[in-house]
Design a protein around this ligand. Structure first.
Ligand SMILES: [Zn+2]
Length: 65
């Protein structure tokens, strides 16, 4: 097992933070607390045809729907 890292802006405080995730073959959805403001960020990871093309998205927990 190895972890990928990517940088994205926190949807709450706007800080650029680094996320670590496991590149799996299936779609993943989970919460991770922001390292800066500690708010729960909804992480969505969608695999593409190759591990280098994983689509990483983050949302506010209260922004669903
Ligand atoms: Zn934040």
């Amino acid at each position: 097992m190895f972890l990928e890292s990517t940088k994205a802006c926190c949807p709450y405080c706007g800080e650029l933070i680094e996320f670590l995730f496991e590149p799996l073959d299936s779609e993943q959805e989970y919460f991770e607390d922001c390292q800066v403001c500690c708010q729960p960020i909804l992480i969505k990871i969608t695999p593409n045809d190759s591990a280098e093309n994983i689509i990483f998205n983050c949302f506010r927990a209260d922004e669903t729907g």
